[in-house]
Design a protein around this ligand. Sequence first.
Ligand code: ADP
Ligand code: MG
Length: 579
Amino acid sequence: MMPQPIRVLDEITASRIAAGEVVERPASVVKELVENSLDAGATDVRVEIQAGGRRLVRVSDNGCGIPVDEVELALARHATSKIRSADDLEQVATLGFRGEALAAIASVCRVTLRSRTAGADTGLEVRVDGGAPVSRHATGTPRGTVITAEDLFHAVPARLKFLRNETTEAAHVLDLVTCYALAYPDRRFVLVRDGRTVFQSPGTGELEDTLIAALGLDVARSMIPLAVDAPPPSVTSDGASSVVRVRGYVSPPHVHRATRRHITLFVNGRWVHDTQLAYAVIQAYHTLLPKGRFPIAIVLIGVPPAAVDVNVHPAKTEVRFRDGRPVFSAVGRAVRAAVVGGAPVAPLGTLPPTPEPWGARPRPGAGRAGAVAATPPAQQATYLDADGGRLPLLRVLGQIGQSYIVAEGPDGLYLIDQHAAHERIMYEQFLARGWHGAGQRLLTPEPVALSTRQGGVVEDHLDAFARVGFDIEAFGTDTVLVRSWPDVLVTTDIAATLRTVLDLLGEGDAPIEEAFETRLVRAVCKQATVKAGQTLSPEEMRSLVRQLEETQSPRTCPHGRPTMIVLPAERLAREFGRT
Ligand code: ADP
Ligand code: MG
């Protein structure tokens, strides 16, 4: 794409642009400069910071460069080469469009801009301080642009107060560069902090290479790829067939984190914060993660530019979908399909390609291989994660409190909650093959009186009940007749058990779209399983542990509580003061 000349936007367009300060902290300066480099088609983006970015932020790229006669305009407010008029806001295909980032940055610090276009023999260097021009001269410089912002906020001391310590500000910059590297695996990113390279992505175009640089080898290896192409919300006016594309990686259920900060979302190549999208990701792990734990996810979503409004937030970190439902559902389905349904963990190297960003963004040249000097952000798995999702072979030692099985594994001591473990086993058995022929005929059909609400639930879902093993029919007002019963439910009190199952159905924070049947199965499992407070024979315990070893997600019950606690051998040694 030939870059357009930079022009000052007319008043109307400028006023339509969601106004606001974009420069809040060093990471926001880095974000704006990196986005400009990406818009310029750079394949190499180098970020340097000193003193957490407060002393210096420099972003160098090998992009298209800024023509000599446009450099001052680039630094002016509402000057952009990316849109022409308010109409263009409907179809923004670049990351920038406001024309205010450089002006905002230049107004709060000392900026040096050096740039050369491909056609020019020499480049130009311009310096500004607090927005006022300081110097301008021709200079030799490689093709591309280098922007240096020094002494951030020295011109606005009030802002300085809001900056955190260097380590925190540097961590924000690292997060940001890492996320962009993941969303743009075909560009090479380097982050240098106080003279030391702390992150580098290879730019090979292979997302998994960047994933290793970003997450470290172990976690990266465990990540599961996403691939969904969903039908579009509607056919576009020009009749083009377009889809919602979901790519990226999510962590398997046994790798989780304490906050949702590790869910990274990109829409059309733009890093966004979107509670609903994040929620769709989290909900897809329903029952698989312990309470209060969150997945690691990098979700790259592609939609037609016209399906999304990018002009809703000053820092452009939010978008509004014209119709969000198909997007949330595509994301939910992609993630769910990746983490359940027996999806084997794909080894790195067998991954679907990343989506092309929509729109006419300049394409970078061929990627290149490069060494990966990864300094992964401090992302520690809990000790439950230590050896992946599958259980090692366990040797049962005994039982405690008629509730917990004690077992030995190669790596330490395992305490297994027998009730939670049994729930997990039954739940997966049903999902895998049903409990067939689950229905056990009762000798005499049993009438059960229900509340009007309970009766309504049963009548609305007779089919689902039947598949799970209940043969039930309506029988007068608020009474049902139970003819057969899932044989996993060993009980004599049919009425009480059915009522409890119905109550359990309403519990918890199940996603609304989750199949009724799945919830019913979970409720039945909960009723059917070995209760705490039951003595198990050694053979029963061994059988339970063996079946647990065979489940997909042995470490949590279907309601997301842990089935086990592991005391690693090193921890025992530490507790006994042996290390
Ligand atoms: P916006 O990105 O919204 O257009 P900016 O203030 O960030 O606004 O940048 C203003 C203009 O300066 C851009 O439209 C672009 O033409 C030019 N520019 C900024 N950074 C670069 C860069 N790294 N390479 C090439 N051109 C750039
Ligand atoms: Mg910009």
